[in-house]
Design a protein around this ligand. Structure first.
Ligand code: DWN
Ligand code: ZN
Length: 404
């Protein structure tokens, strides 16, 4: 059993095994392409409260060789990012003398709003196509993985950062301590870092097991984040909750010098009350996941028995986990649609559904569409009004299967 990737503790307790699954974002160019599978086991560390997977797939294979995720295909996410960028500029009184760095900057979806306010920015992201898109959007991007070494070079070559934004990236980093040490190294003395990731509390409570895949090395809570930061001389001083983003997201604000605010104290007290820092909170999760698999496969089988055609919406990483764990192959779910042109023409990992543009729903008018990107249900259901008015129905899989 490996040691905890945060505290090095040797008491990890596996609470969920999803089997050997393909890489969730490794969309195939052809159905017959060879594809690697890796064990997907999730464990809890009783010493620092970090939930984490045991398998360590090389980040180069996960995020560079064949990575097609672009942040700018969800209006809700773009609105969220713009609001954060504008809020940072105002609250931190940023200007031409400041520097804002985003780690995991993808296609410049957030930093472009900071740059538009006249504030110098720097993106950090090793994914080549996404970095090219960021450069084209006026966001200069360092194409490397972030860690202590890069932080030292950036501080020496440029200047300390007044703000570091890390959205959906800290959980994607196998070397958590190197990542956080890098934050501390790059941050100016009075600087702040904002770290945004889905919350493990909602993941467990809403049975969002499909958000577990090899890209997500850690499943974070305010409790585990506070312990991780303290190890590197940083304080968790503010916690914001976004219950509807990515199935329940937290934004953790950290700094060297700022005292904890009420929101941080409340978040830690709430998690202590809910038991998020203890192993018992996770123990029944596996049974509940199995129940969702049974119910979902039952609903889909029932539809097929009535002669219904079933497709899916969202070639999301979580969609790959769901289709593979529930063994929903092309004989059951015929194809997947997605707005991201980089994903169209590819095939889902493991289950090999072809990925087509959303227009295919009106062309083919399947009876039901499994909503793999359930975290954007409002946006997608509104967008697909014509399909629904023509009688089409969406099957929302999480927290339990529901036809809408
Ligand atoms: O950490 C991560 C989370 C936050 O986002 C990354 N591992 C990558 C990604 O995970 P995901 O692929 O499960 O995320 P999404 O953003 O929920 O995937 C949604 C998919 O649906 C994307 O491929 C884009 C697509 N989409 C669409 O086709 N039409 C999304 C919207 C909103 C739409 O209207
Ligand atoms: Zn630990």
């Amino acid at each position: 059993m490996p040691s905890c990737r945060s505290c090095g503790g040797g008491r990890l307790e596996v609470f969920l095994s999803l089997g050997d699954l393909p890489l969730a974002d490794a969309l195939l160019r052809a159905p017959g392409e060879p594809e690697a599978r890796f064990p997907l086991d999730v464990a809890f560390c009783p010493d620092c409260a970090l939930a984490q997977i045991l398998e360590e797939v090389p980040p180069q294979q996960l995020f560079v060789d064949n990575y097609l995720y672009f942040s700018s295909f969800s209006d809700a996410l773009l609105d969220h990012a713009r609001a954060h960028a504008e809020g940072l500029v105002a609250e931190r009184a940023l200007g031409p003398e400041s520097l804002v760095v985003e780690v995991g900057s993808n296609d410049g979806y957030l930093l472009r709003h900071v740059a538009a306010a006249g504030v110098p920015v720097l993106g950090v992201d090793p994914a080549p196509d996404q970095a090219d898109a960021a450069d084209a959007a006026g966001v200069p991007t360092v194409r490397e993985f972030f860690g202590l070494d890069l932080a030292r070079r950036l501080r020496a070559e440029r200047r300390p950062a007044d703000v570091i934004v890390a959205n959906n990236v800290m959980a994607h980093t196998p070397d958590l301590n190197g990542f956080v040490a890098g934050l501390g190294e790059l941050l100016a003395d009075d600087g702040v870092a904002t770290i945004e990731n889905p919350s493990v509390e909602e993941l467990v409570e809403r049975c969002e097991f499909d958000t577990i895949y090899h890209e997500h090395f850690s499943y974070l809570s305010s409790t585990s984040v506070a312990a991780l930061m303290a190890r590197h001389g940083l304080t968790l001083f503010r916690v914001e909750a976004f219950p509807d983003l990515h199935g329940g997201t937290r934004r953790w604000w950290v700094s060297r010098s700022r005292p904890a605010e009420e929101s941080a104290r409340d978040a830690l007290a709430h998690e202590a009350e809910a038991g998020v820092g203890g192993a018992a909170f996770y123990r029944s999760f596996g049974e509940r996941v199995e129940a969702v698999r049974r119910d979902l496969t039952g609903v889909v089988a029932g539809l097929r028995a009535e002669g219904a055609r079933v497709a899916a919406y969202g070639a999301a990483a979580k969609g790959a986990t769901l289709l593979n764990y529930c063994r929903l192959g092309t004989g059951v779910v015929e194809f997947v649609v997605d707005r991201n042109p980089y994903k169209q023409g590819r095939f889902m990992p493991g289950t090999h559904q072809p990925i087509r543009p959303p227009e295919a729903l009106l062309e083919e008018q399947p009876d039901a569409v499994l909503l793999l990107a359930w975290n954007f249900a409002d946006e997608i259901l509104a967008q697909q009004r014509a399909y629904r008015e023509a009688g089409g129905r969406f099957l929302v899989p999480i927290p339990q299967p529901a036809l809408v």
